[in-house]
Design a protein around this ligand. Structure first.
Ligand code: SAH
Length: 391
């Protein structure tokens, strides 16, 4: 097995549990490197750092899978996935959950979403791609799934020299499925939906709106499958309007409203949220509750300013549409914007909108996406409810 020796300077970070080793942190290697294969990593003082997979083409040269001198084989993956499942079962995420959340489940670059009997997987690095057969076998052993689908149509794979691809990893099945969440039903399109087809990370937060939507008029923007909005209707909102820029998302959301018998309370329209909110402010429209769940706005640290501008603008526009004493429900789904920075951005938006705000709830993603301190990409979702009043 190839041996990788680290430079002295980086040891504390990796010793503290961070599994990534950047190319410029490697002092020397011994043996012939084959991209994607398992290597053994040592600190500068020759103590074992662990075993992981290497890809010299990637900026993250090695991702550690274990801190021990154990064999990485099919049994290793079966054990890790079993442990990930035990954690979800303990916390009560049995029907639908993120079964494996990459680094947070000690399986770097692997994502597995469980939608009842169906599984959607993403292998986002060359090293984990090699173990796809072992991962599928583990799922078959533990769950006997009705279907497994690969959603590897993501640009990040190209940084690893991997092609973007999607398709069946089991016998073909109907990729339009219906899942239950909080007693409601939702259509999920595993093949063509966004990301893995559905955002499981907001499943706890959707319950958190119950306190503020009863009897309310609600505007939701960036609605995708319409889940927040349909929850609002279910929790007693008077009427709910949802908007999303994607026609396909709007069609799916309207279908979901009907699936739950809530189509008379909750309707969705295709609109650009930035334009629509501006227009409705001019027309002096007002809602009791405005809910915003925009996309990341940036994928890179260099563009973080652009993301902040986007978040500030949309939240400012949202706040202006809220009746005095109403509520803003707002999220951000990128780890590039830290929780502190997000709150500062909302505060800046309130100031410009000439509003006073009080925090009702501030949370992260649901607990089937655990957070590892020091591993910032695991702490990515911010979910905030504030009461909004005139100054
Ligand atoms: N609230 C959803 C997730 C939203 S994902 C849930 O709980 O599952 C973000 C959504 O924003 C996507 O559906 C995307 O189509 C939409 N979107 C992106 N830019 C937009 C814009 N300018 N106006 C309206 N919607 C937009």
């Amino acid at each position: 097995m190839v041996k990788v020796y680290l430079k002295r300077k980086i040891a504390p970070r990796i010793a503290n549990g961070h599994p990534w080793i950047y190319g410029n942190e490697i002092e020397k290697t011994e043996g012939d490197i084959v991209a994607g294969e398992i290597v053994e990593v040592y600190f500068a003082d020759k103590k074992l750092a662990g075993r992981g997979y290497i890809n010299p083409q990637s900026q993250i040269a090695v991702r550690l899978l274990t801190r021990k001198q154990e064999e990485i084989n099919e049994a290793f993956f079966l054990d890790r996935i079993k442990k990930a499942w035990q954690y979800r079962q303990k916390l009560g995420y049995t029907e639908n959950c993120r079964l494996v959340f990459g680094e947070a489940d000690y399986l770097p670059a692997l994502i597995i979403d469980k939608f009842n009997d169906y599984f959607v997987i993403q292998t986002l690095s060359l090293g984990i791609e090699q173990w796809k057969p072992a991962i599928i076998k583990a799922l078959e052993t533990i769950f006997n799934p009705k279907g497994i689908y690969e959603r590897n149509d993501v640009p990040v794979r190209e940084l690893e020299g991997l092609p973007q691809q999607k398709g069946f990893l089991s016998a073909p099945f109907d990729t339009n499925i219906i899942i239950n969440e909080n007693g409601l039903k939702f259509n999920v399109n595993i093949e063509n939906g966004q990301k893995t087809g559905y955002f499981l990370d907001q499943q706890d937060n959707r319950r958190a709106i119950q306190q503020v939507v009863k009897g309310a008029s609600v505007l939701g923007a960036f609605t995708y499958t319409g889940t927040f909005e349909i929850h609002a209707a279910h929790y007693g909102a008077k009427y709910v309007l949802g908007i999303d820029i994607s026609e396909q998302a709007v069609e799916q959301a309207n279908k979901n409203a009907a699936l739950n018998g809530l189509e008379n309370i909750c309707r969705f329209e295709a609109k650009n949220a930035f334009d629509a909110l501006k227009q409705w402010d001019k027309e002096e429209k007002k809602y009791d509750v405005v809910m915003l769940d925009p996309p990341a706005f940036t994928k890179s640290r260099e563009n973080i300013g652009k993301a902040i501008t986007g978040y500030k603008e949309i939240n400012l526009r949202g706040m202006k549409l809220i009746k005095n004493g109403g509520f803003l429900v707002t999220s951000s789904c990128t780890n590039l914007v830290s929780p502190d920075l997000f709150l500062q951005t909302i505060a800046a938006a309130a100031k410009d909108a000439k509003k006073k705000i009080r925090q009702v709830t501030f949370k992260a993603q649901s607990s089937d996406h655990p957070i590892i301190w020091g591993l910032e990409n695991t702490n990515y979702l911010k979910f905030l409810i504030v009461e909004v009043s005139s100054i």
